[in-house]
Design a protein around this ligand. Sequence first.
Ligand code: FEO
Length: 135
Amino acid sequence: MALITWSAQMSVGIAKIDEEHQRLITLLNALHARMMAGRGDEVVGDVLDQLVSYAKTHFATEEALFRSHGYPQAAAHKKEHDDLTAKAVELQIAVSGGKAFLTLPTMTFLKDWLTNHIMKMDMAYRPFFAAKGIK
Ligand code: FEO
């Protein structure tokens, strides 16, 4: 069973951003499936690397959109992106160094890491971009 299932309630109303969020969810679900299947650290670490790398790409997409349209909450939003990235990189380093393993609590942390951000911070920009006709 997937850790997270995409639903219309997660849509921020911008197609490119929704696609990127769906890709992040797919990667997180793949990571969860590998963990549940008891795959080796190398296989798990590879998917975790992809997740962290794609999260950085996605955060850059949003921040570029903020700059282009003068989103007033950009600084606070970027700070959360930076904090999320730092936490994920910390986990990535711990896993690759054999100091941490992907367990259910770790997966719950990553699930919350992604869903709380989308449902709170990302959802907060929806009306701003909708008013500008961005979709
Ligand atoms: Fe979709 Fe602010 O990350």
